[in-house]
Design a binder for this molecule. Sequence first.
Ligand code: FES
Length: 691
Amino acid sequence: MRYDDTSGSESSMTESASKDPLVLFMPSGKRGRFPVGTPVLEAARKLGVYVESVCGGRATCGRCQVEVQEGNFAKHKIVSSNDHISARGAKEERYDRVRGLPEGRRLSCSAEILGDLVIDVPQDTVINAQVVRKAASDRVIERNAAVQLCYVEVDEPDMHKPLGDLDRLKVMLEKDWGWKDLLIAPHLIPQVQGILRKGNWGVTAAIHRDMDSSRPFIVGLWPDLKNEMYGIACDIGSTTIAMHLVSLLSGRIVGSTGTSNPQIRFGEDLMSRVSYVMMNPDGREAMTIAVREAINGLIGKVCEENGVDRTDILDMVFVANPIMHHLFLGIDPTELGQAPFALAVSGALQYWAHEIDINVNRGARVYLLPCIAGHVGADAAGATLSEGPYRQDKMMLLVDVGTNAEIILGNRSRVVAASSPTGPAFEGAEISSGQRAAPGAIERVRIDPVTLEPKFRVIGVEKWSDEEGFEEEAAAVGVTGICGSAIIEVVAEMYLSGIISEDGVVDGAMAQKSPRIIPNGRTFSYLLRGDGEQRITVTQNDVRAIQLAKAALYAGIKLLMEKQGVDRVDTIRFAGAFGSFIDPKYAMVLGLIPDCDLNEVKAVGNAAGTGALMALLNRTHRREIEGMVKKIEKIETALEPHFQQLFIDAMALPNKVDPFPELARIVALPEKKVASNDGGEDGGRRRRRPR
Ligand code: FES
């Protein structure tokens, strides 16, 4: 027998091997030659093609289904036909009668190779080896979970062979599945005899092995055939907790859910929660209990919604920022509130779920991704795993903007990371008319450069504000404030239409031209909406708050670019909810992010959660990110003397010193001018940008 794992040529083949049928597995493209009579499942295993099996080839679990592709595959020099695979035998017929086998499907443990074949390992959601992300990306996560279900039939006890029931179970798990040196979760030991007898000596064991070097553990035991188990991938954010329930056998996302982090009642932002711990003797414990209760509640909700028993959850992966990570694990986060921002532990962690009060199967394991630094947590590690700057040649900038922005910059040869204190302005806080994204919030803004009249869109209303029928539709939700995405747009549009200068000063001279420029003490505001009582304005202070936030972000990015020795980035990934809603063009006009081809700026949603999902479905991703985090160079922005100058330069729109040639290709940026805030005639003469 001979096989290779590429679609390359059949080289140096022995004569007998060259006569063996050639089998190609799709979509992996792995192929090899196998003697006539080899079960398809065995061929897949030998090539390293992932095909699930729980029953160990007894044709009872149905997890090993494949399909034969018929036809002449000239590129691969294979003529594949259903005649080249054994006919359905008694075992498959029985399975079909009992459970039903869809047309064209075969049980690969029973079907034998008779000739050349192209075998499709189905990618549907029920029986597959890979999962397609729910996001727009077509990336697949190859499956290699840390937990595996293994059915065995154990010898009945024999007075002449006094081996214990558990020991005979271990013998069969080694004989049928190759598990050596098995350990068992202690809570199962008293249950072994009952489960074996209940299953009439047929039992399914859940075996957990995270690292190849670690001893495998029996973590679950069920009488008879157990054909499904689940995992949880969870991102504990300071504002929101997001969770996926995933079938560990098929890789299918069974359900997703989320809730706000109940720790908000102890403090809106991270630092106020650290302060709460410092001021209150029971503060840490109260917040630990709150987050664990919320997670248990979410598990209950997502299980109930999808008809899953929570005791069928066997593995869990969590990501979180450092403070959430510590509070979840019951670690005092005080050290993270002050320099040098020492983490209690930075490496990846493993727990039994019950040790941290998570109520799932008693044998379930919990894995936490490593933290990168005191301000760059396991969530940033998850986003890094998901987007993989280290897997490519392009210089990738990955930013996750919240009250703290995490910034990762790098490529295959080097990755650097930092965090920057952007504050809550991007989320609508600190903005006079700011609010969270909710019905009634303005989410899109355009300003006419000639008349300075705005038009906007409101969450929950289809029409733009200048379209007929808008007011009638808007009456249902009201127009209540400006959310984060619109704040970016309105300030950028104010700059593009000349209402503010590159230094961010609202130009009082414009008051001559438009009644929307209104005095506000010694400064001016822009009236976006309203007359009478309900007014939504953008004040000078609002613009300043956005400038401060964006300057902090950009200065952090620029510092990392300098560390990398580059003056441009090739591609930008915006992680997190904020990135999903902002228009990259406006983010660039404001100078949140450096100049880049806009086609290379992408929002990637909850990349941290995707990273958790990857680590849940494939344990090799855990090793990948553990190794990578050790290599990432952490930059502490507060310690860099140059940071202050970068920050000052970044206060200007888009930037005092950095050019934006890619942006200038598609947006006519205003010429530099000096703004006046005295409302006089001569303060703000400038050329209009063409539209
Ligand atoms: Fe279980 Fe084939 S391996 S049915």
